[in-house]
Design a protein around this ligand. Structure first.
Ligand SMILES: Nc1nc2c(c(=O)[nH]1)N[C@H]1C(S)=C(S)[C@@H](COP(=O)(O)O)O[C@H]1N2
Ligand SMILES: [Mo]
Length: 363
């Protein structure tokens, strides 16, 4: 098999995993009417989003190696030989541009750096379709070459294959180095979500740092909620069709408490499991005469934050592990984790685990 086909195969796998897991994450956050995401297994989103970031990171060295391997062909003259040739080259240009864009914006997002002024998720999502579409076109165009490349067996495996760039490095050494760099990049970052990799995961920027062993991106002061969150007048409002019920923190503490081991799984790829306790959402709904299984809108004390509100679908309002958490690992919830109460539900992206909850509205 040629170096180009091997790298292409590896990239087809990482791009597909990245696309599918990204699509899942998008659908959960913007569910169309035909889509329902289950509330179990509790850690499923942690796995899909971990795979999204890991496959994206693995793609970076693979794509660089692939470009390095073919780049003299990118500058071939004449630029265009025929219509088919023009389409092929055009699709490669679109593929490289969208692929590089996706990997770079994803990487910046993972590092929580946003040096652009467009809203990252929308653009990242739109270009994912462009990237995967051009992958499909590229594979279709190259199918005859791929079939040939995959079946070719040459005596003396290190010989130069047609389509590969002439080089001083042997094929095996080049592929080995690419695999090693991808492996190191994955191991160095995957500790953000794979606990047993943490000791060797030097670049995993999120682990058990942060208050009460759970990372904090948005602090209470950043969200400008300290005054209201610590006020004795704080009440949780629960609105149903028949009216609004207000619960003080003591009211919530006097209700039956449920404890659950649940992860926060951020779209950035880090995740952290913890022990949460508080009022189970189905219990709270029954306490105000509403039915578990209704859609519930969740609003935070935070004003203007893009994650200040979320919606709980029916699958989640029936699940007894969907909690309005008051405690984290046996202690009162820290202000930065959403005191007086935050949402924590099984199998849900971190962005939807609303902190400093002030109002629930049963739809
Ligand atoms: N009100 C509010 N809730 C929020 C957020 C926020 O910015 N504001 N951030 C969300 C995100 S993106 C994640 S991953 C989880 C954990 O975020 P943290 O690290 O800021 O606690 O809380 C979620 N809940
Ligand atoms: Mo997040």
């Amino acid at each position: 098999m040629t170096v180009t086909s091997r790298l292409g195969l590896a990239l087809a796998v990482t791009f597909t995993v990245c696309f599918v897991t990204g699509l899942i994450s998008h659908l959960i956050q913007h569910p169309p009417s035909w889509f329902a995401w289950p509330s179990r297994p509790a850690g499923l989103y942690r796995v899909t989003q971990g795979l999204h970031v890991i496959s994206g990171i693995a793609s970076i060295p693979l794509l660089l190696a692939k470009l390095w391997n073919v780049y003299p062909k990118l500058f071939e003259r004449p630029v265009v030989r025929s219509l088919a040739h023009a389409l092929e080259r055009g699709s490669i240009l679109v593929l490289v541009a969208s692929g590089v864009f996706e990997l770079i914006t994803g990487l910046f997002n993972v590092a929580q750096n946003y040096p652009w002024n467009f809203y990252f998720p929308q653009v990242h999502y739109a270009l994912a379709w462009v990237a995967i579409g051009s992958v499909v076109v590229h594979i279709a165009v190259k199918l005859p070459l791929i079939a040939e490349g995959l079946s070719r067996r040459k005596p003396g495996g290190d010989a130069q294959d047609a389509g590969d760039r002439p080089r001083s490095l042997s094929r095996r050494a080049f592929l080995g180095a690419t695999a090693a760099v991808s492996g190191v990049a994955v191991v160095a970052t995957a500790g953000a979500t794979v606990p047993w990799l943490r000791p060797v995961s030097l670049l995993s920027w999120r682990g058990s740092d942060g208050k009460q062993g759970v990372p904090v991106n948005r602090t209470a002061s950043g969200a400008a909620v300290i005054g209201e969150a610590t006020s004795p007048d704080w009440r949780l409002e629960v609105a149903t069709r028949s009216g609004v019920t207000r619960f003080s923190l003591d009211d919530l503490r006097r209700m039956p408490q449920t404890t659950a081991e649940l992860p926060i799984a951020c779209v950035e790829g880090w995740s952290q499991q913890a022990t949460w306790s508080g009022v189970a959402l189905p219990d709270l709904l029954r306490a105000v005469g509403a039915e578990p299984g209704s859609v519930v809108a969740v609003t935070s004390l935070e004003k203007n934050g893009i994650y200040a509100a979320s919606e709980l679908p029916a699958t989640h309002t029936t699940d007894p592990l969907t909690l309005l958490a008051l405690r984290l690992d046996g202690q009162v919830l820290d202000l930065d984790h959403g005191y007086p109460c935050r949402l924590i539900a099984p199998n849900r992206p971190g962005v939807l685990q609303t902190k400093w909850v002030s109002r629930l509205e049963v739809r």
